[in-house]
Design a protein around this ligand. Structure first.
Ligand code: BT5
Length: 245
């Protein structure tokens, strides 16, 4: 079934249904698994978002993918998340050329203001588990502001989309493994080109409960978001609300 995608990784475990591909990879003994092992599911009963939130993946409606990574440079979760966001964005553009997919810092891919994909990276004992959910079809249980490839004009199959996504990500990650600082600069540049966050008025909701309202002006060398309000704020983790585009 996943004929094309199987060619892109050393090992691909496919689950028709699982609780969470990130959790499955986390609880596996990974010592015998090669880097780039992929856990893929057609549905999840307990898909994870950030901060204990849920990611909806109903049967046959989305791709849930978790990749086992062993970055040579110090695990840069934020950069790997943005690198995957760039790969997802390029994948969506491949199948829906008119959709103008954009990246919302730090971990979403949007079409317009609708979310088509979310990314969740976790560092575990020297490994990074990089999870991504990409919607293929509309789902009854997804939030109102969700969208899916089929809804933005794509008729591509699960295997075609997964193959493209893995290929897009691998090309970017290979650069990272050979020269991390060069690849990080490239990741930042690609994000700047395709971000829906930069240059807009945002409200950042920080994990502490603090709220910062201002203009998202750039990301810094660590991948933090810089918000210009009365003063400059450097944000490493937050939910961002786009107030105006
Ligand atoms: C994310 O969190 O967007 C990260 C999602 C990562 C999912 C992948 S699937 C493979 C791997 N295995 C897992 O268990 N997880 C990863 P966050 O930024 O916290 O956004 C979560 C929010 O997105 C939810 O609270 C909903 O509002 C919204 N949401 C949930 N399901 C959605 C969907 N299918 N499409 C669009 N939005 C959704």
């Amino acid at each position: 079934m996943l004929t094309k995608s199987l060619q892109t990784v050393p090992k691909l475990e496919f689950f028709e249904s699982i609780d969470s591909t990130n959790l499955a990879l986390e609880r596996t003994d990974r010592t015998k698994l090669a880097e780039f092992t992929a856990y893929v599911a057609a549905s999840q009963s307990a898909g994870q978002g950030r901060l204990g939130r849920t990611w909806v993946s109903e049967p046959g409606s989305s791709i849930a993918l978790s990749l086992l990574l062993r970055p040579e440079a110090q695990a840069e979760k934020g950069w790997l998340t943005l690198m995957m966001a760039n790969a997802v964005r390029a994948t969506v553009e491949t199948f829906a050329p008119d959709a103008d997919p954009r990246i919302k810092w730090p971990n979403d891919v949007l079409v317009g203001e609708r979310k088509i994909s979310g990314i969740l990276a976790k560092a575990v004992a020297g490994d990074v588990i990089l999870g991504v959910g990409l919607n293929l079809k509309a789902q009854a249980g997804a939030p109102e502001n969700a969208t899916a490839l089929e809804q933005v004009g794509s008729v591509a199959s699960f295997d075609e989309v997964l193959f493209e996504l893995l290929t897009q990500f691998r090309a970017r990650y290979a650069k990272f493994q050979s020269d991390a600082s060069w690849a990080i600069a490239g990741t930042a540049e690609e994000f700047r080109l395709h971000s829906s966050t930069l240059g807009t008025e945002v409200m950042a909701l920080l994990p502490s409960g603090e709220q910062i309202r201002g203009t998202a002006v750039d990301i810094d060398a660590q991948g933090n978001l810089i918000i210009q309000a009365d003063s400059k704020h450097v944000i490493s983790a937050a939910d961002i609300i786009h107030l105006r585009n």
